[in-house]
Ligand binder design. Structure first.
Ligand code: G3P
Ligand code: CA
Length: 369
């Protein structure tokens, strides 16, 4: 039975241009089978355009605005608990730097081959981490979000799952730096599957996608779970696990017909940078689309894309609007609707959106045509 809160959230989604049928009452579908007008909306780090990312406030807002899935990036605490943060270094998204009791824990580490200085989740027990408070990562771009600084904790993956289940939406967790966490004895995959299973999510039809920029941990997960797996693909570069293994495999190679057939052997879909679908030229303008969506569908892989953001400064040049000389230009909402429609017309199966309400409204308008 739906809770009053869920019904209220559905009503809010309707007011904001969503649809109850599309948001909260949609029957469970094999998520990887969705296509075209039924593309899924993934609340990227929650509704990170509107609340500090990866907080329950952000995830609740994403659900209210019509997200089908909420996206926690996952890292580990010292005691092996998965928590939602984009990186294991947390000075940009919590108040840890202002906490004198944790000053001695500031450290420099090499994460995926890059030196990083700050405070790291793996040096804090969950109890210690829960004394911190979340803050906005991009206070200049999203100054309104700073009103919520200091209000929210770093949520556990379990809390995110429970929130999703209360509202009838799915979760779309990403393992962050899996090779690194393996190297320090805090493997992410076992607690990931255990936490999902403990909350009743273990089958292909459950509302879960598991994503990774690496390949080896997805191959390993394929042997252990039937949940849909998503191979993330950057605009350039190579999966870090391959780099660490001395294997020259690049993301470009993953997207060749042979590469896609290989990916289809262990994953159910791709999560790609939008530039893999619509590249940009040297002048920053959009070029004709690639054949990636057609090629991936031929290999029976769904295609989800990231990241859709409303602000001019975060949109391709072709979809920016207004006067570039205006001080408000960078933060102003651009032609995000046109950008979404362009990607949906090309056949994407899902979009990661910092403001899931925008994506939901565009999809609602398309299905009303
Ligand atoms: O996981 C899809 C997208 O979120 C990848 O980018 O850096 O925001 O995790 P990032
Ligand atoms: Ca992510």
């Amino acid at each position: 039975m739906k809770t009053l809160k869920a019904l209220a959230a559905g009503a809010l989604a309707v007011l904001l241009g969503g649809s109850v049928a599309g948001v909260l009452l949609r029957p469970e579908t094999a998520a990887a089978d969705r296509r075209g007008p039924d593309a899924i909306v993934i609340g990227h780090r929650g509704a990170s355009a509107l609340r500090p990312e990866h907080t329950l406030l952000s995830y609740e807002t994403a659900i209210a605005l019509g997200a089908d899935f909420i996206e926690p990036d996952l890292v580990s605490t010292k005691d092996g608990v998965l928590v939602a943060r984009h990186e294991n270094e947390i000075s940009g998204t919590t108040d840890v730097a202002a906490r004198p009791e944790f000053a001695p824990r500031r450290a420099t580490k090499t994460i995926d081959g890059v030196p990083v200085t700050g405070w790291f989740t793996e040096d804090f027990t969950l109890a210690e981490l829960r004394t911190l408070r979340a803050k906005e990562r991009l206070p200049d771009l999203r100054s309104g979000n700073t009103a919520y600084d200091g209000l929210a904790l770093v949520p556990t993956f379990e809390e995110v799952i429970r929130l999703a289940q209360r509202h009838g939406v799915g979760v779309y967790p990403e393992t962050k730096h899996p090779t690194y966490f393996d190297s320090i004895g805090l493997s992410l995959e076992e607690p990931l599957l255990a936490t999902l299973a403990a909350n009743g999510w273990r089958n292909a039809r459950d509302r879960v996608y598991i994503q990774s920029f690496e390949t080896a941990n997805l191959r390993d997960l394929r042997k252990k779970t039937r949940l849909p797996l998503i191979q993330l693909v950057s605009a350039t570069g190579a999966p870090y696990d391959r780099v660490a293994a001395g294997d020259p495999l690049t993301y470009d190679q993953l997207l060749t017909p042979a590469g896609l057939r290989d990916v289809a052997g262990y994953a159910d879909g791709l999560g790609v940078d939008t530039r893999r679908i619509v590249p940009t030229g040297p002048d920053g303008r959009l070029l004709p689309p690639t054949t990636l969506i057609r090629d991936a569908h031929k290999a029976r892989l769904a295609v989800h894309t990231w990241t859709i953001r409303d602000e001019n400064s975060q949109l391709p040049l072709d979809h920016r609007t207004g006067n570039p000389a205006s001080p408000a230009y960078a933060r102003a909402t651009g032609d995000v609707t046109g950008w979404l429609n362009r990607l949906l017309d090309l056949g994407v199966d899902g979009v990661f959106a910092d403001n899931p309400g925008t994506a939901r409204a565009v999809l609602a308008a398309r299905s009303a045509r």
